[in-house]
Design a binder for this molecule. Structure first.
Ligand code: SF4
Length: 608
């Protein structure tokens, strides 16, 4: 059982979260900070206090990759493993660290001091390679930095005494337009919305034709209007505005910058949405990788409460009460899907819900909820200030306004670029210094891979839609390896709820490995196409539906990258009999043709 010290540590956490099981992810995350992992006694204690079965709590903890049911190292090191980190040499750096500290990847050192592993993209692609140590991001890794980090770990140095420059995360804003130009004042959007009135604010939103910036491009005004008119549950007359800051798509980091340097605009946008929709509560779902932003965001919210921008009678408007809470995610890409995010906010496993009902009618705690991306909310704040017609005059007819692009990969100046919709891919490549690009992966792993003959296309919902990621691959890059990295990403991030995605993503990753190991054949490629068609129609959510996109795109546009690895055009087993018998041949001292069963069998197969 827990000693009194442990329970005295857990009790304040429970009090802070009102003993509410719906805050379970937050409770587990904070409990883990003390123990380094979720000690079985801690789970028993939480089960008793929350009146939730132990198995249910373990089930939630087991879902999130940043929650640990087994001991980890005192220093938990996770190397960001996006393709852009690989292009910057993260694998060699991880091997170096493992060698220096005598620890195998995925294991804990014998003295329990350190564990080293990989994690999906950490949102630092403009300043990679990156790692997380006990949840804190370290960027711009180099061999020297790795060696110094190893010394600090060996000396048991607290993170607070590590060189502060290691933890610097830069904004890298390279191109500004209406949003990033900073032509706005804190609270101005809220005052403008109040002066107009809720109905007129909704009219401006419709006029603006703002579409969601998280990828799907749904019209924001329709979302707001649907939640506004949807009935609440009789016992809890609340509507919610949820800010989706779970920016997990590989290659995307624009929301990190907005939350770092434009947090007031995000909170203004949430408050404007609350006013227009009639919501009294806002929730920010901040991805676990951005935990380092939490103190500054909390301080910002405190300041806004003091200045009358949150709380009761916001900006002096009687009857308009609105406040914002921040929830931190715990490492699950699928929680970027709005219904999975809501499940996670309710303290559950982040498994996407069956839709309909949609969140606008049945969202957080069963109440009408608007889920908007960070950038969408910033744009809503600008519309409140400057009007829907002004916003609609920017961009193209179906894609009004501007779009932030997170540019990384083989470019001279990675970072954030803001463009009016309609800009050509060529223009973007010229601006960021991508001299010899052979491909651009737009909108992350689940997006679209453009080859050179498509660079005249335009960034817009009517041509190349994007949630913001823009990863550039130079002519020297192997596009097969790019697709293979994405296949493993999806296999890792599939939540496992539905069979087509759970099995399909793993099969595809295995096929890609088989091709990489030069045991592949046309059979594997045919199977990938078959699985893609199946997953596309039978998967429960967008993750499974889009998981094969990067492979299909590269197969269609960069076929030689696959074909040069194929051993034959027929089926080829992944098990190499001849290779497996090498040790036996060595022991028996035989190397005559008769001892090479595998080769014989293969040659016979070719002749027949
Ligand atoms: Fe989970 Fe994949 Fe099914 Fe989505 S498609 S619910 S991520 S298993």
């Amino acid at each position: 059982m827990l000693d009194s010290n442990h329970s005295s540590y857990l009790d304040p956490i429970l009090i802070r979260h009102a003993h509410q099981p719906r805050n379970l992810v937050q409770i587990l995350r904070e409990a883990q900070e003390h123990f380094g992992y979720l000690h079985p006694d801690a789970i028993d204690y939480l089960s008793e206090k929350l009146k939730w079965p132990r198995a249910r709590i373990e089930g939630v903890a087991g879902f999130y990759s940043f929650l640990h049911l087994q001991p980890c190292g005192k220093y938990r090191v996770l190397f960001s493993d996006n393709i852009t980190d690989r292009m910057l040499g993260n694998q060699a750096l991880m091997e170096r660290m493992c060698r220096n500290l005598w620890v195998e990847p995925g294991k804990i050192s014998e003295d329990g001091l350190v564990s080293i592993d990989t994690t999906s993209c950490t949102g630092m692609c403009d300043q990679g390679p990156a790692l997380l140590v006990n949840g804190r991001a370290i960027t711009r890794l180099s061999a020297e930095r790795i060696d110094r980090i190893c010394e600090l770990i060996r000396a048991n140095t607290p993170l607070t005494d590590w060189p502060p420059e290691y933890f610097v995360v830069e904004d890298n804003i390279r191109r500004r337009d209406v949003l990033l130009s900073g032509d706005w004042h804190v609270g101005e959007a809220i005052r403008a919305a109040i002066a107009r009135g809720a109905e007129a604010m909704m009219a401006e939103m419709k006029l603006s034709n703002l579409r969601g910036r998280g990828g799907a491009g749904f019209t924001t005004a329709i979302k707001w209007e649907s939640a506004r008119v949807a009935p609440c549950q009789p016992d809890n007359p609340m509507r919610y505005i949820i800010c989706n800051a779970d920016e997990g798509e590989p290659g995307t980091f624009k929301d990190r910058v907005l939350l770092t340097s434009y947090a007031d605009l995000v909170f203004d946008g949430m408050t404007v949405a609350g006013f227009a929709v009639g919501a009294a509560k806002g929730l920010v779902y901040l991805r676990g990788e951005y935990l380092y932003l939490l103190p500054a965001l909390q301080a910002n919210l405190d300041g806004r409460r003091c200045n009358g921008l949150l709380g009761t009678a916001v900006c002096g408007q009687a009857g308009f009460d609105f406040d914002i809470e921040i929830h931190v995610g715990a490492g699950a890409y699928v929680c970027g899907e709005e219904t999975a995010l809501i499940e996670s906010l309710e303290g559950k496993r982040g498994v996407p819900r069956v839709r309909p009902p949609f969140p606008v009618t049945y969202g957080y705690l069963g109440q009408p909820s608007v889920v908007n991306n960070v950038e969408t909310l910033c744009k809503a704040a600008l519309i409140a200030q400057k009007g829907g017609a002004w916003y609609a005059s920017l961009g193209t007819k179906q894609s009004t306004g501007t779009k932030l692009l997170s540019i990384s990969g083989d470019v001279e100046n990675p970072g954030i670029y803001e463009y009016a919709f309609g800009v050509s891919v060529t223009q973007v490549l010229n601006d960021c210094g991508a001299g010899n690009a052979q491909a651009v992966q737009v909108s992350g792993a689940s997006g679209i891979c453009l080859a050179t003959h498509e660079f005249a296309r335009h960034i817009s919902f009517e041509d190349v839609p994007t949630a913001g990621a823009f990863m550039v691959f130079g002519a020297h890059r192997d596009m097969f390896e790019v697709a293979r990295n994405f296949s493993h990403f999806f296999a890792h991030e599939s939540c496992g709820f539905c069979t087509p995605c759970r099995v399909g993503t793993t099969l595809v990753a295995n096929f890609m490995d088989k091709i990489a190991n030069e045991h592949g054949s046309q059979y594997e490629i045919n199977e990938i196409f078959k699985i893609h068609r199946l997953m596309n129609v039978a998967s429960h959510c967008g993750l499974g539906q889009a998981a094969c996109n990067p492979i299909i795109d590269t197969l269609l546009k960069f076929r030689p990258a696959y074909e040069r690895r194929l051993r034959s055009l027929d089926f080829e087993p992944s098990f190499d009999l001849d290779e497996a018998l090498a040790a036996a041949r060595q022991m028996t001292g035989r190397d005559d043709p008769g001892a090479h069963f595998g080769l014989q069998a293969r040659e016979q197969g070719v002749q027949s």
